[in-house]
Design a protein around this ligand. Structure first.
Ligand code: ADP
Ligand code: MG
Length: 704
């Protein structure tokens, strides 16, 4: 502490202040210095000028150069919020929206949710005073439903556009249209320097001025090729922000790895034991993988001599609660090393200071849709070259670094140059539903940057039609289509909720949908497989996984409520954590599911759906599942595998399912996962005859 004080002796005002204030001041100055040293800081003035001059601007800059955190602040200071207009910044990922908003609030010394805020599905941290608003691209699309001209926004920044998520692509098309509509409204005066002055003088006419203002649109991308975006926006200007990159040594394995988790684990310890200071960033494909490595690292760490145990583990994935997400940015104490276990989030969306070593198994989990089968699945695929380069680049931000690619060099040469945009490989029914709700009926004719596959569009339209969301004229049906578009869920899930209110099991379906919105409710350490099976059995329903999830949820709520009355809220939450641990339940996921439950409950209440429970008789729930997820029905084959009725695909029941042994004749499943084999996950037993009864639009004709 004496050291700290000495630093501040030069600051006259601060000498008599309490320690806390001195620290706050010190922190502020450090942040200021960090901000000034970012590559983007040297072009602040030029960027603001360019935005005034151009209604659409493309900004390309290396990851970590300061685009996401700084540009919105430059625009704020540059006068773009003068008449109460909001600067909206969209992100493909929730985590990025949350962590960046927190960082920017901190940089500006404001309370999060005031001047700077964020809004993501199921979580809105903004207020009427919010001017810099980070959000997911999907959320802005939903806002467009209520406010088609996005009139509250003066600037929209579409960040991470190189990711080309389906929501980003739809948003780009939509924003182009909004821009057109808003400039038709204005009297032709596009942005230029006069704007600043005009706006200053026109306080009393502010509403009018705002109405006339065109929408400023900024596309930000980490990929150096801006041509595609520029062409799409009629030759829009592109500005390049120079980055700073130190050399990164790329190391490959001699042989292909058979067990990537094991290879990653070995490499983590190899670096930890043999290399100099610097944090390690490991790219993994999802929460499950991250949590299983987290456990393995902890176990192995205990076996090391105490002096070598100074390794701190930080997971980073989208469904992690946000307090935990922020922890990853805390620098490691002196003598300690951090290892960050992250999904693709850390590739370009968030930059964690201190990383010197990157471990890249070369894999990424993506959505995949084949129009033939009409079923979307999650698959783990090889990254593209561009992704591999982005990942290795993360090691060289603050000094020379090393990247360990867990595959042989020959494989790198064979990788695709860049990733196929998601719109080319996902189920489009959600997009179509949203666009229909916005009044766009002709999906094929919509001005996409890259057109989706015709067959995929037709298949997705078909699904919406089968769900009753579209009429014969491909218009949104009333009330079902409209209700479905209003719910922030995939069409199948929305339909399940709407039907559940008729089947008198909406409470249970809400639980199912919430629990399925989070990844892995059960958490099973590798070494406790047998023990966990016995414990988990106490929740399991012979009818399947959906009902098992309902049992877990109900048991946890019952435990929590009882504890609250006995011990108070805080103690109860703590006890629940212990309860989860004892029952091999993932506390994080469960809490997240509870939040989602409450949010969707609010939604369906507002829609006026009848909320009732089927109590202990789960038959209505199973029938309702069959009526909603009828496309995901499968029949047992003589060899014990299952044939998906809709397309003949063959799959097995996932080993984590409670039905993996009993193998009923007919099932419906929630998702299809492809690894080395096809697996169906979250499976429930149904009666084959229900399909014809409850989904005649799909099954009755075929069978007669
Ligand atoms: P870009 O968008 O160009 O990739 P960012 O604006 O995300 O760059 O990041 C700029 C800098 O801010 C990086 O050095 C990053 O480490 C830092 N940064 C971002 N978020 C945080 C945070 N929550 N805590 C500490 N530093 C952060
Ligand atoms: Mg960024």
């Amino acid at each position: 502490p004496t050291g700290d004080k000495r630093n501040f002796n030069s600051n006259n005002n601060a000498t008599n202040q309490p320690q806390r204030l001195i620290n706050a001041d010190q922190k502020r100055r450090k942040i200021e210095q960090q901000r000034r040293s970012l590559p983007i800081a040297s072009v602040e003035k030029r960027l603001v000028e360019e935005v005034w001059k151009n209604d659409t601007l493309i900004i390309v800059g290396e990851t970590g150069s300061g685009k996401t955190t700084q540009l919105p602040q430059y625009l704020y200071n540059g006068g773009f919020c003068q008449n109460g207009g909001i600067i909206g910044i969209t992100q493909p990922r929730r985590v990025a929206a949350v962590t960046v908003a927190k960082r920017v609030a901190e940089e500006r010394c404001v309370e999060l949710g005031q001047q700077v805020g964020y809004s993501i599905r199921f979580e809105d941290v903004t207020s009427t005073s919010t001017r810099i608003k980070y959000m997911t691209d999907g959320l802005l699309l939903r806002e467009a439903l209520l406010d088609p001209k996005l009139s509250r926004y003066s600037v929209i920044v579409v960040d991470e556009a190189h990711e080309r998520t389906v929501q980003t692509d739809v948003l780009l098309g939509l924003l182009k249209d909004v821009q057109k509509k808003r400039s038709q409204n204005s009297n032709g005066a596009s942005g230029n320097y006069d704007h600043v002055k005009k706006d200053n003088n026109a306080k009393e006419k502010s509403n009018e001025v705002r109405k006339l203002n065109p929408l400023k649109l900024i596309i930000m991308s980490a990929s150096l090729d801006a041509r595609g975006f520029s062409e799409y926006f009629g030759g829009a200007k592109a500005v390049h922000v120079m980055g700073r990159q130190f050399p990164v040594d790329i190391l490959y394995t001699a042989q292909p790895e058979t067990d990537c988790l094991d290879a990653a684990l070995v490499t983590i310890f190899q670096i930890h034991m043999e290399e100099g200071p610097g944090d390690i960033l490991v790219f993994l494909s999802g929460q499950e993988e991250i949590e299983s490595i987290e456990g393995l690292v902890r176990e192995n760490l205990k076996k090391l001599p105490e002096a070598n145990q100074k390794l701190l583990i930080y997971p980073l994935f989208s469904s992690l609660p946000s307090e935990k997400q922020m922890k990853v940015f805390t620098p490691a104490p002196v003598g300690f090393r951090k290892v960050i276990l992250a999904t693709n989030i850390a590739e370009t969306s968030v930059t964690i200071p201190g990383v010197k070593y990157v471990i890249d198994p070369g894999l990424v989990k993506v959505r995949s849709y084949s129009p033939d089968s009409g079923i979307e699945s999650l698959i783990v695929v090889k990254t593209s070259k561009a992704q591999a380069l982005q990942r290795s680049g993360r090691a060289g931000r603050e000094g020379p670094g090393k990247c360990y690619r867990l595959y042989p060099e020959s494989r790198f040469e064979g990788l695709d140059d860049s990733t196929v945009p998601e719109i080319k490989r996902c189920n489009l029914s959600n997009v179509i539903l949203q666009l229909s709700a916005l009044g766009v009926d002709d999906i094929i004719g919509f001005d996409f940057m890259e057109k989706p596959d015709r067959m995929a569009v037709i298949r997705s339209l078909e699904l919406l039609y089968l769900l009753g969301a579209l009429t014969d004229e491909k218009k949104l049906s009333y009330p079902i289509g409209h209700q479905m578009a209003r719910l922030p869920l995939e069409p199948n899930d929305s339909k399940a909720l709407i039907l559940a209110s008729q089947f008198d099991c909406l409470e249970e379906m809400l639980i199912v949908v919430s629990m399925l919105s989070v990844e892995s409710i059960f958490y099973v350490p590798r070494d406790k497989l047998e023990e966990s099976r016995t414990v988990i059995k106490s929740f399991s329903s012979p009818e399947g996984d959906h009902l098992t999830l309902v049992n877990v949820y109900r048991a946890s709520i019952e435990f929590l409520e009882k504890n609250k009355t006995e011990n108070g809220n805080e103690k109860a939450e703590k006890n629940l954590r212990k309860w989860c641990k004892d029952n091999f339940i993932n506390n994080r996921s469960l809490k997240h599911a509870r939040d989602i439950y409450n949010q969707i409950l609010e939604n369906v209440e507002r829609m006026g759906l009848k909320i009732s429970s089927c109590g202990d008789d789960m038959l209505p729930l199973r029938r309702c599942l069959a009526a909603s997820y009828f496309l995901n029905a499968a029949l047992k084959q003589p060899d014990g595998t299952y044939r998906v009725l809709a397309n003949g695909q063959i799959a097995e029941i996932h080993p984590t399912s409670v039905l993996r042994r009993s193998k009923p004749e007919c099932i419906i499943f929630y998702n299809l996962v492809q690894t080395t084999r096809n697996y169906v996950r979250n499976v429930t037993r149904i009666d084959y005859l229900w399909l014809a009864e409850l989904a005649p639009q799909c099954y009755a004709l075929k069978d007669n």
